[in-house]
Design a protein around this ligand. Structure first.
Ligand SMILES: [Zn+2]
Length: 535
């Protein structure tokens, strides 16, 4: 008889953190929450693991504290740490449900598939679940250019993952799994949006700020399912390709978008992902379509996600607000207004950010110099061909988060920056876009010069933006900040344009075009200086 393998996320270490003293550590859920005030941040090479872990921990704390309004969150912040007695009570009630390899109730997986579900069924019989898949499916969301390279000596088939790596992979699924092939739906937020996660001075604060008071929870959440969570589901089963009509808030944070079952083996090996020795390892798993939210239920208004209202022509159609998602070549700061400030016809910031601004208004966080939000996302083409990760912090002085007037300044500044970019593009195109039927290599070359020019422009403006935000702190300085920003746009356009001109070549026709382009650009700068600065 072999002992059945065990790995319990509540008691066994798998969460990578940085301690308050700067050292690395790996902790269990139980430890992480008890010691959260001594830990600095969640830290993992994959931001998706960080995002998934923060949502799981927030779900657990949400179940324990059930904050009714921001006052409850303020009181918790005042306590400075999580209450050990309440954590122990939760542990007694539910820790058994956090076992990765439980025979009937495995964590975040389905309990109706046996641990040896990979075995071929007896002759003439069929199994009620899909064929085993390589466990690398858990890390499908890894960009090819980064993590893949450090384990590219192993093909997808050859992976042997230790339980901790399996746990880290599993927790990315509810927030970040994308379509990935026929019949596979993405998770509850559709194509993964940008998640805006509060970042406090230590992990306790980060997690306390990630609790959502009852009045700010998604309107689409079903209050009747408020107690439902993956650690209470009964039976502990994830159905195949199952449309759910209603979701409770706790369920949404760990939404079982895939029907999964890890097939563990015992025997000593080295994990092909983290390189550590492992006595239990997983090479294959069940990985098929699980639950999805019925379209009729409407868009899930996740409290960590910002929404943009349809503009222009789309406004007249019945298209509702859309989650803000990462976009190719678009620096995160360009979404600053929508991610942190807006609550008007243009868009709606995440409810968790609104909650932070309510806390500031009741003077809970007002003395902070700055509030930070860690923005995590993954850009995909919707077919599980992953493009890139996003993991960046946005900072905001408290006065900017709470003052709609500041939002107006930021919106106007972003529009001016956009105008600067569109002039660069227009003037460049007018003078250097080859005629139809022109040489193809010129076309390709000029396009890449243009793209570099725009990237250069946005990067330089990004450096000015940080200062601009900081200058908005004082309402009396805002008009000055606005002028400084307008001047920056004008002053950044010229060198970017000239740098691009240097690359378009020195043929006679190019030279003539260059002179004309330069004066075209100057004309525009002159007009804008008049319009924006009255100079
Ligand atoms: Zn490992």
């Amino acid at each position: 008889m072999t002992l059945s393998p065990r790995f319990n996320l509540w008691t066994d270490p798998w969460i990578r953190v940085i301690r308050g003293d700067g050292g690395d550590d790996e902790v269990s859920i139980g430890d992480c929450l008890v010691r959260a005030h001594e830990l600095a941040v969640l830290s993992d090479p994959s931001p998706l693991v960080v995002g998934g872990t923060q949502r799981l921990l927030a779900a657990i704390l949400q179940a324990i504290y059930q904050p009714g309004d921001v006052g409850d969150i303020a009181a918790l912040l005042g306590a400075g740490r999580f209450d050990e007695a309440r954590l122990r009570q939760f542990e007694r009630d539910y820790a058994a449900r956090f076992d990765l390899f439980h025979p009937e109730a495995p964590f975040l997986q389905t309990g109706d598939v046996p641990l040896d579900g990979y075995r071929k069924p007896e002759k003439g019989r069929q199994r009620a679940w899909g064929d085993p898949q390589p466990v690398a499916r858990l890390f499908a969301e890894v960009p090819v250019a980064t993590e893949r390279t450090h384990f590219n000596h192993v093909t997808d088939e050859g992976h042997r993952l230790c339980p901790a790596c399996c746990a880290r992979g599993l927790v990315t699924v509810p927030a970040f799994v994308s379509s990935g092939g026929s019949g596979m739906h993405p998770s509850i937020n559709g194509m993964p949006p940008i998640y805006v996660l509060p970042a406090g001075d230590n992990l306790f604060e980060t997690l306390a700020l990630s609790l959502i008071s009852r009045d700010l929870q998604p309107r689409t959440a079903d209050p009747g399912r408020g107690d439902q969570a993956i650690w209470t589901s009964d039976p502990p089963v994830v159905n195949k390709d199952h449309a759910v009509e209603a979701v409770g808030y706790l369920e949404s944070l760990t939404f079982p978008a895939r029907r999964m079952r890890l097939y563990p083996h015992t025997g000593s090996t080295l994990c092909t992902h983290c390189g550590r020795p492992a006595a239990v390892f997983v090479t294959h798993m069940l990985f098929e379509m699980g639950h999805w939210l019925n379209k009729e239920a409407g868009i899930w208004d996740d409290p960590f996600v910002a929404f943009r209202n349809p503009q222009g022509r789309a406004r007249s159609s019945d298209a509702g607000p859309r989650p803000v998602r990462p976009e190719a070549g678009k620096a995160l700061w360009r979404e600053y207004a929508n991610l942190l400030l807006e609550e008007d016809e243009a868009g709606i910031r995440p409810r968790v950010v609104r909650q932070v601004s309510l806390l500031i208004e009741r003077r809970t966080l007002a003395e902070r110099q700055e509030l930070r939000f860690r923005c995590i996302g993954v850009r995909t083409d919707g077919k599980a061909k992953i493009f890139e990760w996003l993991d960046e912090a946005l900072e905001a002085p408290p006065a900017v988060l709470t003052d709609p007037d500041a939002a107006g300044y930021v919106q106007a500044a972003l529009e001016q920056a956009h105008e600067g970019a569109s002039v660069l593009r227009k003037v460049f195109d007018r003078h250097f876009r080859p005629e139809r039927g022109g040489a193809r290599q010129d076309f390709v070359r000029f396009n890449s010069v243009r793209e570099r020019m725009l990237a250069d422009y946005w990067q330089r403006m990004g450096m000015h933006f940080r200062r601009f935000i900081n200058d908005l702190r004082d309402p009396r300085q805002r008009d000055n900040a606005e002028r400084g920003w307008a001047r920056a746009v004008i002053e950044v356009v010229r060198p970017c344009f000239n740098a691009a001109l240097d690359q378009v070549g020195a043929r006679a026709d190019a030279l003539r075009a260059r002179v004309e382009a330069e004066s075209d650009c100057e004309r525009w700068l002159y007009a804008k200086r008049k319009e924006w600065l009255y100079e």
